[in-house]
Design a protein around this ligand. Structure first.
Ligand code: GLN
Ligand code: ZN
Length: 760
């Protein structure tokens, strides 16, 4: 390299109009032949390369494209296919087998899927048990050839590095890790040799696991991995790429025997501090992640230019690459189509394509001086100023309340024991009270009516009547089934965040801001762009209506501040902590409104609390402290007799149990059954002394469980938890289930409860 260049790490697969998603789904539905699928995907892939080329990116990633998921690509490229899918072990893994691993088929269940670090992307977990890996297809090489032949692009193949790949896989004991490394490194070496022989210049090897805590023994393995790979393909430039955080053990990592290191400079100043303190080896290239690949905001280009200039004081420009902080997989494709938004907002959005433009402008500003791109920088400054000075970002009352957050009520008036007594007298619930998590089946007619209403084809009044009919039907059903605490059923809600976002000030919704969540499933997160403010009651009407139909208590149902935060794109001019307090104070008003309207059991769901945990353990405490405070700000200003519930959908609980306790919710319900009751075990070691309901059946399956399964689950839980504080409920909301199976399962749940009650 002779001068500073621009690079990219990965481009969204889904297509500007989700063409990729549509092609995959058409194929799965049998409406597209395999050959046609592959043709369509190729044209999408080439278009994406073309876009990057036209944007002026110097180093364009290839083989980041996928038929489903890049970890599944890596596994299948090495022939790692669980036995149950019947792969011969020879030649490339057939497309049908590939998709069966991801989605299951009639004979075999799919591989597990899990979150990709702290993003909302999910990958397929490779199963290594008994695998005899070999390189059955050099996908990066094929992608490199294609880009060169079709478009004349000298691509940069992207692969997932051995350390991260093995860390993310399952089906082995920790003691087998080193042996697995020995098994896989030669395959990686072969892959790289083939790239070298082809004349590839740079290969990007993603090792995001290096930003988490790496033990000393494992780090020694990392050193040996890269020594071997470097030796295998000495003519190839290896770029060891990290992202989502600064690396642990900076000095040792930059000393690894590779030709380039990629670091993320968008997470505070951590990487910059490491660089300025410890320097950077004179024989390596630094790929600097400058433009945030995980938010949707335009970068402050002058600021970023200054940042690169600081980096360039340590690493000369000819050894420096400017790039996004991570793959652009995590942002939507193009902000061009967002015409329905206020200009102050739409002008300030940067999706993947706009981020690439930014990378190119910053690179030029550093290379040629700011004057060369004066107009772009001025324009950028104006756009950001307009947004920052807009009324939506300057709601004084909201900002004042958050500035004095310590003055807002964040503790209940009495401790749990006194509240418990007051609530017992107030509610007079039976031993082992029964309830559900909130939603009931969102059947086709419910979804259709909402669609019509949204499109204006159904007027407000008939739509309201329709919703009321469903509420009434389910109140009656719940009474018949014999539940103790009822819910209205959430029929009016699309999803847990959008519903609230649409009613709160400070949120916006894009037309085409889709990002891949897993496989072909895409989500369109709301954007929190202004100060969040309560403007009107959001849930009171439906809940009060439901309560008017029954003498049993109806539980109000809200999404908590941290879940709203973690499932949205969040403004970056103030901290996430501040935004969470804004949301919390708005929700506190809703809680008050419900209480004033006579709804005195209120559930505030926080299924995404855990998702926000920082990657570095040392940062957990800070996050958990403000997350807990946000929850408490929403739920504390109520009478002792008002019962606050919360809900979480995961069973990994033991390592954050102190924070869960600190939420001080009167009752928590948590998923238990999918983990075969593992959670119950954790209560042998940890006490929990507030109200708690461990889900007694899995709602993810249409199967109606037997009474004995539930009594068994309840019996085990009661051995480790105080029966006086124990609640009976399903694992999660029932919106994805059918009506009949829901009613049957709930009846079984009541039957099981009665059996256990009679034994006490
Ligand atoms: N109250 C929500 C429901 O029942 C909770 C959903 C969730 O935990 N993800 O649908
Ligand atoms: Zn749940």
């Amino acid at each position: 390299m002779t001068t500073l260049r621009s690079s990219n790490l990965g481009y969204p697969r889904i297509g500007e109009n989700r063409e990729w998603k549509k092609a995959l789904e058409a194929f799965w539905a049998g409406k597209l032949e395999e050959a046609e699928l592959l043709t369509q995907l190729k044209s999408i892939r080439l278009k994406h390369l073309q876009v990057q080329k036209e944007a002026g990116i110097d180093l364009i990633p290839v083989s980041d494209f996928s038929l489903y998921d890049h970890i599944l690509d890596t596994a299948t490229m090495f022939g790692v296919v669980p036995e149950r899918f019947g792969y011969s072990g020879h030649g490339p893994v057939p497309v049908s087998v590939y998709y069966a691993i991801a989605r299951g088929n009639k004979d075999a269940s799919a591989s597990e899927m899990t979150k990709w670090f702290n993003t909302n992307y999910h990958y397929i977990v490779p199963e290594l048990n008994g695998a005899s890996p070999k390189l059955v297809e050099n996908r990066p090489l094929n992608a490199y050839r294609e880009a060169k032949q079709e478009l004349g692009i000298e691509g940069k193949p992207v692969i997932v590095g051995p350390y991260t790949f093995l860390k993310l896989s399952k089906g082995y004991e920790p003691s087998q890790f080193a042996a697995l490394v020995d098994q896989f490194v030669p395959l990686y070496a072969q892959l790289l040799k083939e790239l070298e022989a082809e004349g590839v210049q740079w290969v990007q090897i993603d090792e995001p696991s290096l930003v988490t805590s790496v033990s000393k023994e494992e780090f020694e393995l990392v050193q040996s991995i890269y020594a071997q790979l470097n030796q295998a393909a000495p003519g190839l430039n290896l770029l060891l790429q990290t992202y989502f955080e600064s690396v642990e053990q900076y000095e040792a990592i930059v000393a690894l025997p590779v030709q380039g290191i990629g670091l993320d400079f968008t997470i505070g100043e951590r990487s910059l501090n490491q660089l300025e303190t410890a320097g950077f080896p004179a024989d390596k290239v630094l790929a600097a992640g400058i433009v945030d690949g995980r938010n949707i905001w335009r970068a402050d280009l002058r600021d970023k230019t200054a940042l690169v200039n600081r980096i360039a004081a340590v690493v000369p420009q000819e050894r420096l690459l400017v790039q996004p902080s991570c793959s652009l997989l995590h942002v939507p494709v193009s902000a061009k189509g967002e015409v329905g938004l206020a200009a102050e907002l739409s002008d300030a959005l940067a999706f993947a394509n706009e981020k690439l433009e930014e990378v190119v402008v910053i690179a030029r500003a550093v290379r040629e001086g700011e004057a060369a791109v004066q107009e772009q920088l001025d324009n950028n400054e104006a756009v950001l100023r307009t947004l920052n000075e807009s009324a939506s970002r300057n709601r004084k009352s909201v900002q004042d309340a958050v500035a004095e957050i310590g003055k807002q009520p964040s503790s209940r008036k009495s401790v749990f024991a006194s509240r418990q007594a007051a609530q017992k007298a107030r509610w007079n619930l039976p031993f082992l009270p029964t309830t559900t998590i909130g939603s009931f089946p969102q059947t086709a007619d419910v979804r259709a009516a909402r669609q019509q209403w949204r499109k204006g084809q159904l007027q407000d009044e008939p739509y309201k009547t329709f919703i009321r009919e469903h509420i009434a039907k389910w109140i009656k059903l719940q009474e018949e089934i014999g539940l103790d605490v009822l819910v209205h059923g959430e029929f009016e809600r699309t999803d847990m965040v959008e519903f609230f976002g649409e009613k709160l000030d400070g949120f916006a919704f894009t037309r085409n801001g889709w990002v891949q969540s897993y496989g072909s499933r895409c989500v369109k997160p709301p954007i929190i762009y202004g100060d969040v403010q309560f403007s009107q009651p959001m849930t009171v009407e439906e809940t009060v209506y439901a309560q008017s139909l029954t003498s049993k208590p109806v539980k109000g149902m809200l999404t908590g501040p941290i879940t709203i935060l973690n499932w949205s794109f969040v403004r970056s001019d103030i901290t996430r902590e501040q935004v969470s307090y804004q949301i919390a104070l708005a929700l506190a008003e809703e809680v008050k409104a419900l209480e004033n309207a006579g709804i005195e059991m209120i559930q505030v769901d926080e299924p995404a609390l855990r998702e926000g945990l920082p990657l570095k353990r040392a940062d957990w405490e800070h996050y958990l402290n403000w997350a807990v405070l946000a929850f408490r700000l929403s739920t504390s200003d109520v009478a002792d007799t008002t019962q606050i519930h919360t809900h979480m959908c995961y069973c990994e609980f033991h390592d954050i149990i102190d924070s869960i306790r600190a939420l001080d919710a009167d009752v928590i319900s948590i998923e238990t059954s999918r983990s075969h009751g593992e959670l119950i075990h954790s209560f042998e070691e940890h006490t929990y002394e507030l109200g708690i309901g461990l889900g007694v059946y899995d709602i993810h399956s249409p199967r109606v469980p037997a009474v004995a399964e539930m009594t068994n689950m309840i019996g085990r839980a009661l051995k480790v938890l105080d029966p006086e504080l124990f609640w009976i409920n399903p694992d999660c909301g029932l919106k994805t289930r059918g009506i009949d199976e829901t009613v049957a399962s709930l009846r079984t749940m009541i039957e099981a409860t009665e059996i256990v009650r009679s034994q006490f």
